[in-house]
Design a protein around this ligand. Structure first.
Ligand SMILES: [Zn+2]
Ligand SMILES: [Zn+2]
Length: 272
């Protein structure tokens, strides 16, 4: 709520620099951090990458202010184990607003503290770099907000300092929150299906556009390990393009591609 209210101040502290910083950080934290880093690299091990790249992507994910890597990945693996079921942290069967936002503000009694996560992310919890990022999630973000204010003040006084803080901080965080939350809510409610998965996941081009290719969610539930979520020629997936670039320069390997052998049991739905 605090960030939403702060974002409302955006028109009063507008600057081109603020907008550019907002967009650059949105791509860094949303596409590199949440979708490539947290989701496809850490949760689903869709590709492998050298340690420094792994930690850089995880750090970008931390800056999206959606909890640390261990907590985020544990909740998402839980979602894949029980999609739309009782244990799904953001089941759409409890309503759009629950799946979109309310679940994020609620702490389930079984998920207090950090021990419960070990059941879901024992592999990630063994990584000291990820444990560090998880533990210092809040101080790292506070440092970045202070840097935005400080650099802006240093270059252009209070007006630019506040502009970078509000646009590069609050507006950017709120935008990426909602882009990510739409994957939990909208893509389990609206869109078309390529595969007859047991859940009701959907492919939604609006969500794919704002969430860097994550909107092809029915494809993702059909073949969770694949690094590429867009399966048909028109399903643009910018995170996949980023992973392909990493692969082309030797910074990604063991990239898992969509494989019909993994989805053969899910009858393809003919195009409308
Ligand atoms: Zn899902
Ligand atoms: Zn997933």
């Amino acid at each position: 709520m605090f960030f939403h209210l702060t974002a409302l101040a955006a028109p009063f502290v507008w600057s081109w620099s603020g907008l550019v910083v907002c967009l650059v950080l949105a791509v860094l934290t949303g596409q590199l951090g949440i979708t490539a880093g947290y989701h496809r690299l850490l949760v689903h091990r869709s590709f492998a990458t050298p340690g420094p790249v792994r930690y850089f992507l995880a750090l970008c994910g931390v800056l999206a202010l959606q909890t640390g890597p261990l907590g985020w990945c544990a909740l998402h693996r839980l979602h894949h184990q029980h999609p739309e079921g009782e244990a799904d942290p953001h089941s759409p069967h409890r309503g759009f607003w629950w799946a979109h936002l309310l679940w994020f503000m609620y702490t389930h009694p079984d998920r207090v503290g950090t021990k419960w996560r070990l059941r879901f992310v024992p592999d990630l919890a063994r990584d000291p770099g990820l444990r560090f990022l998880d533990r210092f999630f809040l101080p790292i973000n506070l440092l970045v907000f202070a840097a935005l204010l400080g650099i802006g003040y240093w270059v252009g006084g209070w007006p630019l300092g506040l502009s970078l803080l509000v646009w590069g901080g609050a507006v950017r965080v709120v935008l990426i929150w909602h882009a990510t939350f739409l994957v939990n809510s909208a893509t389990h409610l609206w869109g078309y299906r390529n595969y007859t998965t047991a859940d009701d996941s959907r492919n939604n081009w609006c969500v794919a556009a704002v969430a860097f290719g994550e909107g092809w969610h029915n494809n993702h539930h059909a073949d969770p390990r694949a690094a590429r979520h867009g399966h048909r020629w028109f399903e643009l997936d910018t995170t996949w393009m980023f992973i392909r670039c990493l692969e082309a320069v030797g910074l990604a390997w063991d990239v898992v591609r969509p494989d019909r052998r993994r989805t053969a049991h899910l009858t393809p739905v003919p195009p409308a």
